[in-house]
Design a protein around this ligand. Sequence first.
Ligand code: ATP
Length: 373
Amino acid sequence: MTDSTNTGGDVRLSGISKTYGSFTAVHPLDLTIPQGSFFALLGASGCGKTTTLRMIAGLEDPTTGTVHLGDKDVTDLPPYKRPVNTVFQSYALFPHLDIFENIAFGLRRRGIKSVKKQVGDMLDLVQLGDKAGHKPHQLSGGQQQRVAVARALINHPQVLLLDEPLGALDLKLRRQMQLELKRIQTEVGITFVHVTHDQEEAMTMADTVAVMNGGRVEQLGAPADLYENPRTTFVANFLGTSNLIEAEVVETGTDVTVTAGGGKLRLPADRCGADTRPGGKLLVGIRPEKITLAHADDAGAIADGRNRVTGRIVDTSFIGVSTQYVVDSPAGTALQVYEQNIERDSRLAPGAEVVLHWNPAHTFGLDAAQSML
Ligand code: ATP
């Protein structure tokens, strides 16, 4: 889906910020969103993600900085002159127009008379070919959202901005639409910038995620990298359960050795976002599904070289795909462990003395001082 006016290029934000009176919603931000990527701005309510999106759209004037689309500086262009379109949570379809005319609207406004082929292509793209003559109220929420996407894409924008577009849908439909939007983005190949507070949504859909907190991007990366190698406690906790354990460095090399809860743990130095000099304090984290549980009586069978901490199970719950344990340990209270494919009979019960063990390579280290802020 190309257009002679679509020159392509990255979205480049340089020193862009937004203040309202004395309040800074977005601190000066440098961000490059590669052409053709599915990019997510992820963060809790009020972190500045919508404001950032609106500055790309031209709906909000930045206090400082510039917005480039490819080589073009669009900072002073009004929204309708930018090769950008936005899909909002409220689909904002025209209730009196049928689906065909809702999608055709942008073309007709530009004076284009022959719209049948283009609208037909869009209806096919969003798989609503059989709904052309329906009115919006005859469609489900997910279908209406797909019409909103088709309507936004028909003018061949260079970038599609999506502001919590799935926020009004129930969970099951949301999950379906996440895959659907990803498919559409792959098919049209243009840049999608998606704002969401839902970490699972961002991880499912995006190639690159920018995690925002307090008007700043705390970390930028591929979903798996952010999850497995978070650099701040905020990112670690926002993306999942992190099992943070207070630790002190005893030795540094390719691996860092720390003491924690009376025992020793190892982690790769390049997964440490903290001061790794001996005596340095850090928080060591491990994702729950990376941990294996062994009954204390079977501890002798654990392979050498694995990190291990002792503990006692305080809660066991079965949640379909996995068995989740809560374990109290000298290393930390309420450590969480998720194990899959555990037969009912071999689940460990509360009160059991256990050893938690895992591959040191999965461990990450965070700055303990920063987490106190
Ligand atoms: P949400 O998911 O709730 O929309 P968000 O991360 O998208 O949150 P923004 O909408 O970007 O956050 O808002 C960032 C901060 O800026 C918030 O604290 C908000 O109250 C404030 N803010 C946004 N617009 C204005 C405005 N016009 N005047 C004053 N403050 C504003």
